[in-house]
Design a binder for this molecule. Structure first.
Ligand code: FES
Ligand code: FES
Length: 215
């Protein structure tokens, strides 16, 4: 599927082959502002972005793919609101040019699960972590990478590795939730992941089509 800036989706077609040199005849980086096709996988779906390769991944995801769960906070690589999983590494999408991740596998908050059943989502709900919620997708994605690499993180390890900024100050609940997610992931604990009244996923999908269950 090809995605272009402005959120328009087009029927699958054949993209022109990527060229190793630019149209000016040199072998250097592509000149700015000339759309190119960059291919990688987002939430298990192959995607072609016809955008300037210097475009930050954050804007490709939000503007072209309508995956608005990934948030724009600072735009300078400090807050972590835009963290996504790129090849099992936590990357700040505002700092990642799409041209640098050709062929990568990207997972966003929408790709963790369609029913909030991922252990981290379940633990965040059970611990009532979220306050305004703006930082939560980046927190969850950072936590998912942490637990992939360390299923039993200590409080110190969590505080050292999850450096996301939360204006609401959820940090104490964050530590509890990540350790609880570890227990859920290991099968030491189960929690209900049923939707709360008023936030049925089908209601959310009517407003944000990218959240369509099972999509
Ligand atoms: S928006 Fe990317 S780190 Fe803040
Ligand atoms: S919950 Fe509000 S910014 Fe973190």
């Amino acid at each position: 599927m090809r995605h272009e800036q402005g959120g328009q989706r087009h029927a699958p077609d054949i993209a022109p082959p990527l060229r190793a040199h630019n149209d000016a005849g040199g072998n250097g980086p592509f000149p700015p502002n000339i759309p190119r096709v960059t291919k990688f996988t987002v939430n298990n779906q192959p995607v072609e972005y016809r955008m300037d390769p210097a475009t930050p991944l954050l804007w490709a995801l939000r503007d072209a793919s309508n995956l608005t769960g990934t948030k724009y906070g600072c735009g300078t690589g400090h807050c972590g609101a835009c963290i996504v999983d790129v090849d099992r590494t936590a990357r700040k999408a505002c700092q990642v040019p799409i041209g640098s991740i050709e062929g990568s596998f990207v997972t966003t908050i929408e790709g963790l699960s369609h029913d909030r059943s991922h252990p981290i989502q379940a633990a965040f709900l059970a611990e009532n972590v979220s306050q305004c919620g703006f930082c939560i997708p980046g927190m969850i994605m950072a936590a998912s990478i942490l637990l992939q690499n360390n299923p039993r993180p200590t409080e110190e390890q969590i505080r050292r590795q999850i450096t996301n900024i939360c204006r609401c100050g959820i940090y104490p609940r964050l530590v509890e939730a990540i350790q609880r997610a570890g227990r859920i992931q290991r099968g030491d604990e189960t929690v209900s992941t049923g939707p709360r009244p008023g936030i049925d996923p089908r209601d959310a999908a009517r407003i944000v089509p990218a959240l369509t269950p099972g999509q």
